[in-house]
Design a protein around this ligand. Structure first.
Ligand SMILES: Cc1cc2nc3c(=O)[nH]c(=O)nc-3n(C[C@H](O)[C@H](O)[C@H](O)COP(=O)(O)O)c2cc1C
Length: 279
């Protein structure tokens, strides 16, 4: 398969075979993480490899119990790492204060995702599957404690990897014309915005499983992999809140806006606890 096809067809995998990833393959994945673009080539990045049963179980708990985190044979925790650079700068009689500079922080997060995405693509070409786990950001303190991350090191993203058992082919995307602008930003008409999202998600149909395959594959996967009754809870919540459309589903059920905003305090505290003074 050529690179275009491979990247176009990539979907997040959440069901993995038990088979381990061969060591030479892991080495290559780490090499491309390390050779990814980096702002100023400073490379403020550390990657923790988690393969042990104990580590996988802990990580799954930290990720809010998502079963694929435990089931993936390998997870990589991508961390912003200013600790190493700061020490080096001190040794060299200079002052690096990435923990105070929003610019360093934002660039470091971009670096981190560039490195992680390099891994995703190479993994795909090896016949592996992967899924990002962003929800680790809700548990930064405990992740830092358990994995013994020093000050100025922030776990920002997890990437789970393994040989896929199945890959969903039902994940919809916006039409690309909605996200691409020629030269200047083009404000879409309300009708166009509505249609764009309707086209993406389709109707909330009678067949709820079919809808969730497109709009909340995690709920279906969780129930397949564990006795979680996730789908049942989602359906109940949809009924309780009288969900009428896709946006209501997303921002009342899946990512309730109040909960998302309330989360700020916790994330800010964790960032401070790691010695950062940017917010
Ligand atoms: C920043 C980020 C965070 C994500 N966090 C999670 C997560 O916590 N759990 C999960 O199952 N998938 C997670 N995903 C995967 C997305 O759900 C997935 O990319 C999205 O549904 C689109 O599907 P696709 O990757 O198959 O195209 C995350 C993806 C990104 C880019």
């Amino acid at each position: 398969m050529d690179l275009y096809e491979l990247m176009k067809n990539r979907r997040s995998a959440r069901a993995f075979l038990g088979q381990n990833i061969p060591e030479p393959m892991i080495e290559k994945l780490l090499e491309v993480a390390n050779t990814a673009p980096s702002g100023g080539n400073i490379q403020p990045l550390s990657i923790i490899l988690v393969r042990s049963q104990e580590g996988r179980e802990k990580l799954a708990k930290l990720a809010g119990g998502q079963p694929w985190v435990k089931n993936a044979p390998l997870s990589m925790i991508f961390c912003i790492d200013f600790y190493r650079i700061k020490k080096w700068a001190e040794m060299c009689q200079t002052d690096f204060r990435g923990q105070q500079a929003l610019n360093h922080f934002l660039i470091a997060y971009a670096d981190l995702m560039a490195a992680a995405q390099n891994v995703v693509i190479l993994a795909e070409s090896f016949g592996l599957g992967s899924v990002y786990i962003g929800s680790i950001q809700h548990e930064i303190d405990e992740t830092r404690r358990y994995f013994e991350l020093p000050e100025y090191v922030l776990p920002m993203m997890v990437l789970c990897l393994g040989y896929p058992k199945s890959i969903p082919r039902t994940i919809p995307k916006l039409k690309k014309e909605a996200i691409v602008h020629q030269e200047k930003y083009r404000i879409l008409e309300d009708d166009e915005i509505r249609k764009t999202f309707d086209d993406k998600y389709g109707k909330i149909d009678e067949d709820m499983e079919k809808y969730l395959e497109r709009a909340f594959i995690e709920a279906l996967e969780a129930d397949k992999q564990e006795e979680s009754k996730f789908v049942e809870r989602v359906k109940k919540e949809m009924k309780r809140l009288d969900i009428q459309n896709n946006a209501q589903f997303l921002f009342k059920v899946r990512y309730p806006t109040k909960v998302m905003v309330r989360m700020n305090q916790r994330i800010k505290e964790s960032i401070k606890n790691a010695g950062f003074e940017i917010i």
